[in-house]
Every structure is written in C-alpha cells, then in structure tokens.
Design a protein around this ligand. Sequence first.
Ligand SMILES: Cc1ncc(COP(=O)(O)O)c(C=O)c1O
Length: 359
Amino acid sequence: MTTPRLTLAHLPTPIDAADHALEVAGVGGRLAALYVKRDDMTGGVEAGNKVRKLEYLAADALERKATALITCGGIQSNHARATAAVAARLGLRAVLLLRTTEPELRLDAVPLTGNLFLDRLLGAEVRLITVAQYRERNALMRDVATELAQKGERPYIIPEGGSNGLGALGYVEAMREVRAQLDASQSGGPRSFDVVIHACGSGGTAAGVALGAARYGVAGAVVAMAVCDDRRTFEDVVARIVVEARAIDPELTSLADLTIDDRAKGPMYGVASEEQKELIVRVARKTGLVFDPVYTGKAFAGLITRAKEGALDGKRVLFIHRIWCCIELANSRLITTWSITWCDSTTCSPFWATLSPRM
Ligand SMILES: Cc1ncc(COP(=O)(O)O)c(C=O)c1O
C-alpha cells in the first residue's frame, strides 16, 4: 500500500560539495568529503525540512476531508510557518498555538518579525500560549479541535514539528531521493555516505533519516544533533516515532546506527553559544552557506566538534541544511550584536580583513 502524499516541495534538492566549509572551521583534510543536502531549497515560503513532512500530513488531512489544520510551536516556529503556507495553498484554515515568553499574551505585544510575520500574512490564526501552557500543547490542540468542530469545521491536528510516524515518512522519502542522486553519480556516488548529520528539534527527521538511510543504503550511521532537549529524551521520542512509522509502512524493518549528540545544544533552545555564532558568521562569509543559530548552525558546530575529535576521520559525510532565510532575519539580532562586531575587529582577521563591505 502506498501512503498518500502531496507534491508540495521542490524536489530533488541539490547536494553541494562543501569541503571548503571544513577548512574555514579548521578541520580541512580530516574527512574524506563533506556534502550538504540543500533542504533549505525545498520551496519558497514553505521551505525548510517541514514541507517534506507536510507532504504526508496534509495528504492525510485532505483524505479525511479536513477543513482546518491545527499545530503548535515556538513563536518563531518554522513548522508553524510552513503549515500556514501549506494551509493557504490548499484552501484550509490554519490555527497556530505559539509559545511566547512575553508577559502579555497579546499579539500586538509581540514583535511582528520573521516567521510570525509570515504566519499572519498567510492568514493563519495565531493564538499565543505561555511556556507552562505549552507543556499541555496536545490537550490544548484537542480543545481547539473541539471548538472548531462545534463551529462546523473538520479539524486535523499536526503534532509539534510535524513529528509523528506519518511525518517521518517525509525523510524516509528524502533518503530515497539521496539514493537516486548517488546512483546518478552525484556527490561521489554510487558509493554511499558513511554518516548523515542533521539538527534534531522534535525527533521526526531523525526517525525518518535513520529508517530511510538504512532502507535505501544511503549511510550506515546517522548523527542527530539535539538543539533543545537532552539525548535520553530524544532517544525515547525517536523510538516512539520509529514504531509509529513502521506501523504505517511495515517494510521499514531496518534502522541505521543512530546517535543523538546533545553537546551542541548551546545555552538553551533558540540561543547559540558565542563559539557557534562565530562559526556561523565565519562560514557565511567564506562559503556563502547561511546557517541559522537555532538549528543548522548548532548542528554544524556539532559536526565540527566530532571532526576535531577524530570521529569523522576519512568519512564521507552528508550534512542536511534545512532552513530558509526568513528565520535569519528573525534571529539576526541573536547573531549580530556580538559575533559580527567581534569577528570584524579581532581574531577573525586576517582573511576577513580583506572582505568588504562589512555588515
Ligand atoms: C530548520 C530546521 N532544522 C531542523 C529541525 C528539527 O527537525 P525535527 O523537528 O524533525 O527534529 C527543525 C524543526 O523545526 C527546523 O526548522
């Protein structure tokens, strides 16, 4: 049985050689090769990793004749923004429960930037919730579903990050796509990669990549870089999602060797360490690859740590890049105040000194 899937993303996304990023980070020559899967290019406003999951989740919603999508996330959630875009495209209503630390749960009290701006522009209904309420997000989404049903809507709940067994199939499919690219002799193929590395925020990508990498012979190992919770938490979450995915597709019998590495999660969700911010700026200026401080920048910093430790010596590595520039704008203040000023003035010379104009 094939699982229903919509065509929403622009696929296949390219895979770029990126050894130069290793040199910038001081680990040139240690890996056999670094390639970057450009899932930041999966689309326009819906781009990033979430649209791959939404191809399955929205298909299911339409099969069930849903008229409204309900989901949740942080105030700058990429997943919520992608859901708002997909809902608008499919003519569905979107209700987003977004977590904020602002003392007042008033939309006009929250800066209308980045993803939140797009959520509103796309016509999604945004309901702000507190950090404490967010812990009860599944119950709250069920309450919203009941409320909408009473008004004659047919609501469909998408969990945080689109991370359930069905959403994870988006990254199983992404691994099939990578296999086809290797078979077409792209990225040094048909030889497979040794390891796939990516950011992990709600576990669905990790489950899908580990299942898909094994199924399609893309890599024997997967490293998921946790950006918020710890290793134990994600091991449980991913295990649950793997079980759910297998219930949908029983042919997903094998799983790549999956490591959750939580050493790059930085001070807290959404906040990168000074070293991570400096790495983001350095890589951007020297390679044109713009990583964000919430997900991909932390994951890349984790990759560099592993490279420095020798864990990636001689390996062919695929790094999944999954952000769209929108969040860079939303988070620009997280990077600029410290890193760019610092990098312009001190250690990041001498090669940066030759670059102009300055930001
Ligand atoms: C750009 C980006 N990378 C990685 C992730 C994490 O993926 P997952 O939630 O499937 O663990 C997210 C989640 O929002 C994301 O937006």
